[in-house]
Structures are given as structure tokens and as C-alpha cells.
Design a protein around this ligand. Structure first.
Ligand SMILES: [Cu+2]
Length: 232
């Protein structure tokens, strides 16, 4: 009985810790508000296709590079939304980018300065090559037996991911100075919770459509809606 109670307590503590590390910042529920962002694009999707003649067993015979993904109601996917004016404790949750089907998955990742896990679930050789200015560039082979590689990005900036083995592989890692961020879904929506109340700046970044900012008044316990229309 005692042991069972101990196990239940331990589980509760673990659950509590997990809950804690998933939530950004030291802001409690009554101190923050939710920012709901919609990003739209009034143009056509941009998809590049390339014939593949290397590692076709894993990569397929055609590479599809989705540079501008537009969903229902003109929603723009893969845009990074953040509140750089809001400070908070770092997010502790691990961030992972997988190399799967000779693609970086997810295509766009957002994180705070810290560690990034690079997975290779393809069973073939990849060679990560990053392009950045504030952080050192990484150029490292990841053979098929090396399933996981850990890299560190200490400074906020947008980092481009490529692979020297598969020229079409393209991904982005947004290293952000705030724990308040999200990446838009297929419908162009993103939700950022527990944002400190007050006047805040919301920023949106997209790999080909650039950057925009807007001011928003965040009220505790309320939802502030912000919409962006990205231009060519
Ligand atoms: Cu590769």
C-alpha cells in the first residue's frame, strides 16, 4: 500500500515536472495572456521539384521543396511567430530535427539558445551544413550508424540547414531570444500562451517572405488576436 502510494506520488511529481518544463517562462496563468496569430499570404504556393538519382531507396526519385506553403483561407504555414519583447525563463524541452526521407523534419523549427538534437532516421549518410553568422557554422558528416547528434546554438538568429550529400535538403532553425514563440500550422495559425501582460511586439518570419512586426496589447487571462498578411 505504502509502495503503491509512493509510486503514485512519484508519478505525480514527474508529471508536475514535465508540465513545468513544457510551459514557457516564470509567468503564471493570471499574469499572462494568450496571443493568437494568423498569417496569410495572398499569392500562390511555391514548390520546387527536382529529379533525384542518389539514395533513391530512402529519398525517392523526386525531391519536393516546399518554399511557400499556403493552406485553406490563404493561411501561410511554416512561419515563425514570436514575442521578442517578452522575456522569460528558457524552455527546457528538447528540440529535435529529423533527417527523414532526405528532408529536414520539421522544415522549420523554433527554439531558444541551447541544444538541438539532429536525428538521422534514414539509414544513409547525411552531412549537415549550417549557414549562420552569430553562431559557428556546422559542417559534419552523420553516417547511417550515427542516429543522433547534438549541436549547440548559443546566439539568437535564423540558421539555414542544408545537407552536402543531398543538395535539395533545406531546413530552418529559428533561435529566438524569447520563450514565447510558435510555428504556424497548415492553416497559418499559431498560438502563444502565458505571454506577460502589457504592450508587446509580435514578430513573424518566413523563409522567403521576410519579416513583419506588430504591436499588441496583451491582457491577463484574455486572448489577443493578431493577423499578418505577408507580401512578396
Ligand atoms: Cu542528406
Amino acid at each position: 500500500m505504502r509502495r503503491a502510494l509512493g509510486a503514485v506520488l512519484a508519478a505525480a511529481v514527474v508529471a508536475g515536472v514535465l508540465l513545468f518544463v513544457q510551459r514557457p517562462g516564470p509567468v503564471d496563468a493570471q499574469g499572462g495572456g494568450t496571443v493568437e496569430v494568423t498569417v496569410t499570404y495572398n499569392g500562390a504556393p511555391v514548390v520546387e521539384k527536382l529529379k533525384v538519382n542518389k539514395d533513391t531507396e530512402k529519398c525517392g526519385t523526386e525531391a519536393v521543396i516546399e518554399k511557400v506553403v499556403v493552406g485553406s483561407n490563404k493561411g501561410l504555414a511554416n512561419a515563425v511567430v514570436s514575442v521578442p519583447s517578452a522575456k522569460g525563463a528558457p524552455r527546457m524541452a528538447k528540440v529535435t530535427v529529423d533527417q527523414h526521407g532526405c528532408k529536414f523534419v520539421p522544415h522549420v523549427t523554433a527554439m531558444m539558445p541551447g541544444e538541438l538534437d539532429l536525428k538521422n532516421s534514414d539509414d544513409i549518410l547525411h552531412n549537415i551544413h549550417t549557414y549562420s553568422t552569430a553562431n559557428p557554422s556546422i559542417n559534419k558528416a552523420q553516417p547511417k550508424f550515427k542516429k543522433l547528434m547534438m549541436e549547440k546554438f548559443e546566439k539568437p538568429e535564423i540558421i539555414k540547414l542544408t545537407c552536402d550529400v543531398h543538395s535539395w535538403m533545406l531546413g530552418w532553425v529559428a533561435v529566438l531570444p524569447t520563450p514565447f514563440f510558435a510555428v504556424t500550422d497548415a492553416g497559418g495559425a499559431a498560438k502563444i500562451e502565458s505571454v506577460p501582460a502589457g504592450k508587446q511586439t509580435v514578430e513573424v518570419w518566413h523563409e522567403t517572405l521576410g519579416k513583419q512586426t506588430k504591436e499588441v496589447d496583451v491582457k491577463a487571462g484574455q486572448v489577443a488576436k493578431v493577423s499578418f498578411e505577408m507580401k512578396k
